[in-house]
Ligand binder design. Structure first.
Ligand code: ATP
Ligand code: MG
Length: 491
């Protein structure tokens, strides 16, 4: 610090001392203010200018030196306080330094004595200030580091991917909560622990691969089955600034749901292919027969063949349009064409369309018409509802053994028209009841193994009913039969 900027406050009731100090200090470039007692000194000190040094006489009127020192120290903990005293006894000096004075100068003193004491004091003050600054800086840094640590700690804790950090000694040195959940063997160990404690040779092999390969930013990935789930495990080396590998980070991402979706997708494709293949093969067969000319002289037989082909092509078209409808609803591109629809008529039509199929299995189909004279009319999309009833009746026939019975009836309850399709077929277990409305879901048991289907029917039915602000309900008793009821708001 330049001494021009150093202000010294001299508090002494002796004019000679005050002026003497002023002269000596000003010659040395200090700025000096003087006060003749403690009160005046306090007023000057509080006046706004920053004082670095205060020379304080112990014996002053109004406010004594010791009191003044106490008050000045409280106002500025860094102030350099020096006692000027004629009573240079050890007692007063000790008392003064206890109150926070740096040193004392006995009167009378020479200019050199005064300057030496002040300069030494200033040097010490500068050192103390520097030490304080460093201490504060360190504390601030520590706080920053602590908050950084707690931030990254929180992030590590919260991420849903499992994370292990392994050092070159094959010790797991970090494991987040998700990793402990995914790898039960890891949760029982306290960090650090040996990689082999995971008892999973596949994970170990992946990590060794990273350690043994050429150094560089390589990532080894593999799908692993852990417990009941499937994980994509990515292992990457920890590269130091110098380029050498110091460990590896393994990230475990749960892809079970994705895998399920993938499986469902390929199941869907093979189901669709299967469903398309048999009507196409049949149609091709009928067409070959026509082309062969074998029945060209038998118009009745030829017509029969054409009719069969036509039926197969119609089935194909239904399947394809079901697929398209599902996709359209899924992507929000399906528009209902609503009009006043007689639900009974639509259901009746669906029943009639199914009679042939039912007859082939010896299943009776009974239809009970709308019980109301006012009719069972809903503001609905007749074609869409036709699809709904066709699917439900088709299921009832499909999942009912030969010789069974299917009953379709209409009722009006409250604000709804309801159409129920009842069968006395294989029924559905309670825990399957929610799932059957999921896309591609098919119940797998001894009764259903030989029945083909895409598992799309009910999923489309539910979507169509919900587009009508309606509901679909199901009651079922395994081995005894099921009732599916569709409720659509009355117009
Ligand atoms: N009436 C029923 N009785 C017993 N089980 C049924 C009945 N209706 C549906 N299910 C069960 O619900 C599953 C899903 O039915 P959904 O109609 O969606 O598909 P699907 O009939 O298998 O195939 P799709 O209708 O696309 O040809 C069926 O596989 C079957 O297990
Ligand atoms: Mg079906």
């Amino acid at each position: 610090m330049n001494e021009q900027e150093i202000r010294v406050l001299v508090a002494d009731d002796e004019l000679g001392i005050r002026e003497g100090c002023r002269r000596i200090l000003m010659e040395e470039g200090f700025e000096v203010a003087t006060a003749s007692d403690g009160i005046e000194a306090l007023e000057i000190f509080d006046g706004g200018a920053k004082y670095s040094v205060a020379l304080v006489d112990l014996m002053m009127p109004r406010l004594g030196g010791l009191e003044l020192i106490k008050k000045l120290r409280a106002l500025d903990p860094d102030l350099l306080l020096i006692i000027i005293t004629a009573h240079a006894t050890i007692d007063t000096a000790v008392e003064g330094t206890k109150q926070g004075a740096y040193s004392y100068i006995p009167k009378p003193f020479t200019p050199d004595e005064l300057l030496l004491t002040i300069r030494n004091g200033l040097e010490r003050q500068a050192l103390a200030l520097e030490a304080k600054r460093l201490r504060e800086e360190r504390e601030r840094r520590l706080l920053e580091v602590a908050s950084e640590r707690s931030k990254s700690g929180t992030i590590l804790k919260c991420i849903t991917d499992g994370l292990l950090v392994i050092n070159l000694e094959k010790l797991v040195v970090l494991r987040n909560n998700a990793a402990a959940r995914i790898l039960p063997k890891a949760s029982r160990q306290s960090v650090p622990f040996s990689l082999s404690a995971l008892e999973d040779p596949k994970i170990e092999a992946l990590i060794y691969e990273v350690f043994q390969g050429d150094p560089g930013p390589r990532i080894v990935s593999q799908e692993l089955e852990i417990g009941k789930s499937t994980f994509m495990v990515n292992v990457s080396p920890v590269i130091e600034p110098g380029g050498e590998t110091s460990g590896a980070v393994a990230v475990f991402r749960d892809i079970t749901e994705l895998k399920k979706l993938e499986t469902a997708k390929s199941m869907f494709v093979s189901m669709v292919a299967h469903e398309l293949k048999s009507p196409l093969a049949a149609t091709e067969g009928w067409l070959n027969l026509l082309l062969s000319g074998l029945i060209k002289d038998n118009p009745k037989e030829a017509r029969h063949v054409i009719e069969r082909s036509h039926l197969r092509v119609k089935t194909l078209r239904t399947l394809v349009s079901e697929l398209l409808s599902i996709t359209a609803i899924e992507t929000g591109n399906f528009q209902l064409r609503r009009s006043s629809v007689d639900m009974a008529a639509v259901a009746h039509q669906a029943v009639d369309a199914a009679r042939e199929k039912a007859a082939a299995k010896g299943i009776s189909v009974t239809f009970t018409d709308c019980p109301l004279e006012t009719g069972c009319t809903a503001l609905a999309d007749g074609e869409a509802l036709g699809l709904v009833f066709t699917n439900l009746i088709d299921n009832a026939i499909k999942y009912t053994p030969n010789g069974g019975a299917v009953t379709v009836w209409i009722a009006q309850n409250g604000m709804y028209v309801s159409v129920s399709v009842e069968d006395n077929g294989v029924g559905i277990e309670a825990e399957e009841l929610d799932k059957i409305f999921e896309e591609f879901y098919r119940v797998k048991n001894e009764y259903t193994t030989d029945i083909v289907g895409t598992g799309l029917g009910l999923s489309l039915v539910k979507r169509l009913v919900e587009l009508h602000q309606g509901r679909i309900e199901v009651e079922s008793t395994p081995g005894a039969g099921s009732i599916f009821t569709v409720k659509v708001p009355l117009s």
